[in-house]
Ligand binder design. Structure first.
Ligand code: AMP
Ligand code: MG
Length: 397
C-alpha cells in the first residue's frame, strides 16, 4: 500500500498558489500575505524617550546627587530644536524626541524637583539608557513581513506601523464539501433506526475556515450515482473538492465511479495510515479532489494530514503543523506497517510534555477529536510503545 509520505508528495506535486488581491489592512486579519512587506522608513522614525523623566548628558552625572537647571520641556508630537548644553536637563515625556546633546533619560522616579527650574538627579545612568533609537524596531528597506505569513494581530499592527493602507493577499481558496450516504440526515432531524446525523459537513467546514479557506457545503447526497453526480457538478468551480464517505469497499460506495464519469483521474486510492486508509485523491481537470473516508474521525484526520497541506500550498504558507515532543502516559498497541495518528491530551509538567490517549481511538469516536490537544504521529516502522516512550505530537487545537 502507498506510504503516507509518498501520498502527501503526490497531493502537493502539482499545486500552485491561487491568485492574489488587494485588501485594506482593516480587512486583512487572518488573510495570507502574497507580498513581502518592506519598511519605507526607520521605526521609530527619530530617537525618542522610553520614559517620562529628564533628558541629560551622562557625563554630567560623574557624581550624584547632582542638581541641574531644567531648561525646557519636550512633549510628544513635535520635533525638538533646542540643543541640550552640558550641565543642563530638559523634562521629557515617553515617546518625545531626544534633543541633540542628550544621551540618556533619567526616569522621574530617580529625581526630585527642587523648584520648577531645578531638578536633583539621584542616580547615575549609562549612556543610551531609556533612549529608543531610530530604526531599533525596523530599519528602512527591511522586509518586516514575508509572503506566506498569516496576518494576526501583531502583523496588522506592523502593516499599520510601516504605513500600509492596503496589502496584497492570496484569494481565499474555496473548498467544496459533499457528504454521501443513504443513512445521513440533517442535524435538525430526529434520529431513527439506521440514520446518523451529518457530522462531516460541519467538522470539515470548520476545518476549512480554520485554515483560511471558504467552505462551500454541497449538502448530503445519498449513495445513488445520479444524485452524486448532480451534487458533485456544483463543486467543479471551487479550488478543492472534498467528497466524504463512499470511497471504501462497501457495495454502495459509488463515489469513485461517479467521479470517474466526471473525468476524475485518480492518483491514488488507499494509504497506509490509520485512521483514513481508504482515501482517494486525484484531479478533475485542474481541480484537486479528495474522497475522504466517511467515519468522522477519519474525515478530520485525513483532512488535517492531506487537505490542510494542500490548502497551505495554495497560499504559499508553511506546510507543517507545529509539533512538540512528548512522553507517552498511555501504552500504544501497534502491529501493522501503517502510520498511526492518535488523538492525545497534553500535560506540561517539570518542563516536559506528557501525552495521554483520549480514550478509545475508533474512527467513529468523535469525542476523541473534541478532547484532544494534538495528534501523536506513530511512524510506519514503530512497534507497540510503552509508557515513557517519546512521540511527536502535532498541535491541532
Ligand atoms: P463510508 O465511508 O461511507 O463507508 O462511511 C463510514 C462510516 O462513517 C459509516 O458508519 C457512516 O455512517 C459514517 N459517516 C459517513 N458520512 C458521515 C457524515 N457526514 N456524518 C456522520 N457520519 C458519517
Ligand atoms: Mg457511506
Amino acid at each position: 500500500m502507498l506510504k503516507f509520505g509518498q501520498a502527501l508528495k503526490i497531493v502537493l506535486r502539482d499545486t500552485k498558489p491561487v491568485e492574489t488581491e488587494w485588501v485594506v489592512i482593516s480587512r486583512a486579519h487572518r488573510r495570507v500575505l502574497a507580498e513581502d512587506v518592506i519598511a519605507g522608513n526607520n521605526i521609530p522614525y527619530t530617537d525618542n524617550s522610553a520614559m517620562d523623566g529628564y533628558a541629560i548628558n551622562t557625563d554630567d552625572l560623574k557624581s550624584v546627587p547632582r542638581e541641574l537647571p531644567v531648561v525646557g520641556v519636550v512633549g510628544c508630537g513635535k520635533s525638538v530644536n533646542k540643543r541640550l548644553k552640558r550641565g543642563e536637563a530638559m523634562a521629557i515625556m515617553t515617546g518625545a524626541p531626544i534633543p541633540a546633546g542628550c544621551n540618556g533619560v533619567v526616569p522621574v522616579e530617580d529625581t526630585e524637583a527642587i523648584t520648577s527650574e531645578i531638578v536633583r538627579i539621584l542616580r547615575k545612568i549609562k549612556p543610551g539608557k531609556n533612549v529608543r533609537y531610530s530604526g531599533e524596531d525596523v530599519r528602512k528597506g527591511q522586509v518586516v513581513l514575508k509572503r506566506g505569513t498569516a496576518v494576526g494581530a501583531a502583523e496588522l499592527g506592523m502593516l499599520a506601523s510601516v504605513g500600509r493602507k492596503r496589502v496584497r493577499v492570496f484569494r481565499k481558496p474555496v473548498v467544496a464539501i459533499l457528504v454521501t450516504g443513504n443513512e445521513i440526515i440533517e442535524p435538525g432531524e430526529r434520529l431513527r433506526p439506521g440514520k446518523v446525523r451529518d457530522i462531516n459537513t460541519y467538522s470539515l467546514c470548520g476545518l476549512v475556515e480554520k485554515f483560511g479557506g471558504v467552505p462551500l457545503p454541497l449538502g448530503i447526497a445519498g449513495d445513488e450515482k445520479v444524485k452524486l453526480l448532480r451534487k458533485m457538478r456544483k463543486g467543479l468551480n471551487s479550488d478543492v473538492m472534498i467528497i466524504s464517505g463512499g470511497v471504501s469497499m462497501g457495495r454502495f460506495d459509488f463515489v469513485r465511479e461517479a467521479l470517474t464519469s466526471l473525468g476524475y483521474r485518480e492518483r491514488f486510492w488507499k494509504v497506509a495510515m490509520k485512521p483514513g486508509m481508504p482515501i482517494s485523491f486525484g484531479y478533475i481537470g485542474r481541480l484537486p479532489v479528495f474522497g475522504l473516508p466517511g467515519n468522522p474521525v477519519s474525515s478530520m484526520v485525513s483532512f488535517l494530514e492531506f487537505v490542510r497541506p494542500l490548502m497551505m500550498r495554495l497560499v504559499d504558507r508553511v506546510l507543517d503543523l507545529p509539533e512538540i515532543s512528548a512522553f507517552l502516559k498511555t501504552p500504544v498497541v501497534k502491529k501493522d506497517k501503517k502510520r498511526h495518528f492518535l488523538r492525545v491530551k497534553l500535560d506540561y509538567r517539570n518542563h516536559k510534555y506528557f501525552a495521554s490517549l483520549t480514550g478509545p481511538q475508533g474512527s467513529g469516536i468523535l469525542k476523541s477529536m473534541v478532547e484532544c490537544d494534538g495528534i501523536a504521529v506513530i511512524p510506519e516502522n514503530a512497534k507497540s510503545l510503552k509508557v515513557g516512550n517519546r512521540v511527536t505530537v502535532q498541535l491541532v487545537a
